[in-house]
Design a binder for this molecule. Structure first.
Ligand code: GRF
Length: 199
């Protein structure tokens, strides 16, 4: 199966997918990386892995809607079976979500529905939870509200700051994303309302 990965930052989740995709048994290959950020470390990872990448920066477009169309077309060029948002820090328009709905997957560094949005790690820490984690979910037109596919729990330890906690979450997150995307690619994804089953 063909994966297109959208990333905005360092790309440790992308790195994990690139490491897994070399195994033919994994069932999926990253065929394209699309980013909004010309400085994304994800671009270097794609280059080093010999995977095509495209920068679609909001600065290059007249408005948000045009940028969304640009991102949508850039993704389509790669003929994806699945689109994976791995540390992608922009909200995608309903038109994008509808175009890829059912095959658009996101990873979030908290146990949704708790702590959605751009500061899930900070919000969980501030709330004083003892257990947080990460969630792989289908993207719908809300922010981090789509049907949940898989989750992994991560303890909050005394003395954690946001960075320490996020790094601990990212260890679990990378593993969960690689495992979940591989299973979806090999077995398929079935959605009935908010219930998602693989295979
Ligand atoms: C991940 O924790 C992702 O869930 C969040 O930002 C982080 C990105 O990490 N949105 P990376 O760019 O994959 O290293």
């Amino acid at each position: 199966k063909r994966l297109v990965v959208l990333a905005s930052g360092g790309g440790s989740n992308l790195a994990a997918l690139l490491a897994a995709h070399d195994d033919a048994a994994y069932g999926a290959r990253v065929v394209g990386v699309v980013t909004d950020n010309p400085a994304a470390g994800a671009l270097d990872l794609a280059h080093d892995a010999g995977v095509a990448s495209v920068v679609v920066s909001p600065k290059d477009f007249h408005d948000r809607s045009a940028w969304n169309d640009g991102i949508s077309e850039a993704v389509a060029v790669f003929l994806p079976d699945y689109v994976v948002l791995a540390g992608f820090m922009r909200i995608l328009a309903p038109s994008f979500v509808r175009r890829y709905e059912g095959r658009l997957v996101n990873t979030h560094p908290a146990l949704l529905p708790s702590f959605p949005g751009a500061h899930g790690v900070r919000d969980a820490l501030a709330h004083g939870v003892k257990v947080t984690g990460c969630t792989v979910h289908l993207v719908d037109e809300g922010v981090d509200t789509g049907p949940i596919i898989a989750q992994s729990a991560v303890p909050v330890l005394d003395g954690d700051d946001e960075g320490m906690l996020h790094e601990r979450i990212k260890i679990a997150e990378r593993a969960l994303l690689v495992e979940t995307v591989g299973r979806i690619a090999r077995e398929g994804l079935y959605v009935a309302g908010r219930q998602v089953t693989i295979g």
